[in-house]
Design a protein around this ligand. Structure first.
Ligand code: SER
Length: 310
């Protein structure tokens, strides 16, 4: 039987936390190995401590466990990355190279590598930003994702390694917290609201950004990974869209549940990053190639977030 054994690199993160659980439901807990730099209390089962900057360590885990699929989620995000540009480049690229190269050498069947809306920057049309837009990012994180997309495409074309990728928008879920991104406000705001606290937003009221509710993000990821290989026309990374809103709009939707909720705006350096990103994304290729369709809009997301965090 052709059994898949999956390795998740960066399983403690915002996405890794939820994706690990979902993959274990689908593939069986014994077949999904979580890994990160440290063990999180409560997630000790089938967990390996792994520093993905260490080639030998990645190789050993893959060989020992006969890994057939890797989800490589470890990265330093847009805002945090600006505090240490060269260190961010090193970490984001080194971990990706290790995953790609170990996968090539040891015939891993499929690799998932997340890209981001941070690949977009100067000289783009910010409304319905096209798949084929110019990629001139303004952050080191964005630069590492553009380079990563090209390396993914290179490994596919040159070695036939089946790398698949999505340009994630801001991800919003109740199960985990993001760390160091420009879209983090849209998660933090809910944690304040359910505690009846006011919220100070680091972006201004009208900053429209592409976002996606966690269930849609996980479903998009699994749908792409399960899609028929022949149907995939994009081997850099797919644009995907969920919803778009600005801080004022999310605050209004929260006020439906917490009428006294207060938001104040105090833009910082993250405003400049957000200003360079699209307002909304054109995801025609994802819709055509593997039938992508989001289910959550702002109101449904707000309802779900509040119900679960309360
Ligand atoms: N959510 C990410 C960030 O803000 C975008 O990929 O950095």
């Amino acid at each position: 039987m052709n059994k898949d054994v999956i390795l998740i690199v960066g399983s403690n993160g915002q996405l890794g936390t939820v994706l690990t659980e979902k993959l274990r439901l689908n593939y069986g807990a014994v077949n999904v190995i979580a890994s990160d730099l440290y063990k999180k209390i409560g997630s000790e089962d089938n967990f390996i401590t792994l520093d993905a900057t260490d080639f030998k360590a990645v190789e050993e885990v893959v060989l020992k466990n006969k890994i057939t699929q890797i989800y490589h989620l470890a990265a330093i995000l847009s805002a945090k990355g600006e505090q240490n540009p060269l260190g961010t480049w090193d970490l984001n690229m080194k971990t990706l190279f290790n995953v790609l190269e170990v996968s090539r050498l040891h015939k891993v069947k499929k690799v998932f590598f997340p890209s981001s809306i941070a690949v977009f920057g100067e000289n783009i049309d910010k409304e319905n930003t096209l798949q084929s837009s110019n990629l001139t990012p303004t952050t080191v994180y964005g630069m590492s994702k553009v380079a990563g997309e090209n390396w993914a495409n290179y490994y596919f074309k040159k070695y036939g390694l089946d790398v698949r990728s999505l340009r994630y928008p801001g991800v919003i879920g109740y199960q985990s917290l993001p760390g160091g991104g420009t879209t983090d406000y849209a998660v933090d705001i809910f944690h304040k609201a359910v505690k009846n606290e006011s919220f100070e937003c680091f972006l201004d009221a009208s900053t429209m950004l592409p976002m996606m509710y966690m269930d849609d993000v996980i479903r998009a990821t699994l749908e792409l990974m399960e899609a028929d290989k022949e149907k995939l026309t994009i081997r850099t990374s797919y644009n995907i869209a969920g919803m778009s809103f600005n801080p004022e709009q999310i605050a209004l939707s929260i006020k439906e549940y917490y009428p006294d909720f207060k938001i104040a705006y105090k833009p910082d350096f993250r405003q400049v990053i957000a200003n360079s990103w699209p307002k909304c994304i054109d995801d025609t290729a994802a819709r055509n190639d593997w039938n992508w369709k989001p289910e959550y809009n702002l109101n449904l997301m707000t309802k779900t977030m509040i119900e679960n965090l309360k």
